[in-house]
Design a protein around this ligand. Structure first.
Ligand code: SF4
Length: 232
């Protein structure tokens, strides 16, 4: 990592210039060049996607990676694809988002008490970052969580995000055995670092279109996060 950033803003500025994963950088650039026909008029972002939210957030929503034609197009987490269309209405209803729909970086959306990030910041082919790419990206998450001084609860969106958080706790020596923590939708763990982890299914179309993750199930996760974070 370059000079350790002192603010989340500086960190985001460093992230968007990251080139650690050649495979992912090539993929994102190529997707941005070719574009999907429906978005032919868009100038795709095509860079690592910076995090989004309130710097004094008590809750972190930790995702997997940007969508090729979602965040990789718009430049903001969960903005512009099916996952975001499912997530933001729930965040709005739970009191974390100012608008019920996210469409672009300049749609006026503000988050309250919430920060959104992911374990990989570049869109991976097939939505599958390699273990090495996840390791490359982990220092960004570590730096970010250090800067989020008020953080109390981490909502892990999917198993890979859950594992990413456990690996971070392991690096910090907060936990020794990751095998003690099992991923299941709605599972909660008080971590020795003082954070509470909540596991959730990822709001991918694969999960939401099949009914594996419903809106009431997802809303319950974020209501629970509010409560555990002392937000009432
Ligand atoms: S995935 Fe993370 S580490 Fe890899 S190039 Fe993107 S921002 Fe850098």
């Amino acid at each position: 990592m370059p000079v350790p950033p002192r603010t989340l803003e500086t960190l985001n500025a460093q992230i968007v210039n990251c080139e650690r994963c050649p495979r992912l950088r090539t993929h994102c650039t190529e997707v941005a060049r070719v574009r999907r026909r429906a978005y032919a008029e868009w100038g795709y972002w095509g860079r690592p996607v910076p995090s989004f939210g309130h710097p004094r957030a008590r809750v972190l929503a930790l995702g997997l990676a940007p969508g090729a034609h979602g965040s990789n197009r718009t430049g903001r987490p969960f903005t512009g694809d099916g996952s975001g269309d499912f997530l933001y209405p729930v965040l709005y209803e739970a009191g974390f988002a100012s608008l019920p729909r996210a469409s672009s970086r300049d749609d006026g959306m503000k988050l309250n008490d919430l920060w959104i990030t992911s374990v990989a910041r570049c869109a991976p082919p097939g939505n599958k970052p390699t273990p090495e790419e996840l390791r490359n990206c982990a220092p960004w998450m570590d730096a970010e969580m250090t800067l989020l001084k008020n953080l109390r609860v981490v909502v892990c969106l999917g198993r890979i995000a859950f594992d990413g958080l456990l690996m971070r706790e392991h690096r910090l020596k907060s936990i020794v055995l990751r095998s003690r923590y099992n991923f299941a939708h709605g599972a909660e763990y008080s971590l020795p670092s003082g954070l509470t982890a909540i596991a959730s299914y990822h709001p991918s179309l694969q999960n939401t279109n099949t009914g594996k993750l419903t809106r009431p199930m997802f809303l319950e996760i974020f209501k629970r996060a509010r409560l555990l974070a002392g937000l009432g």
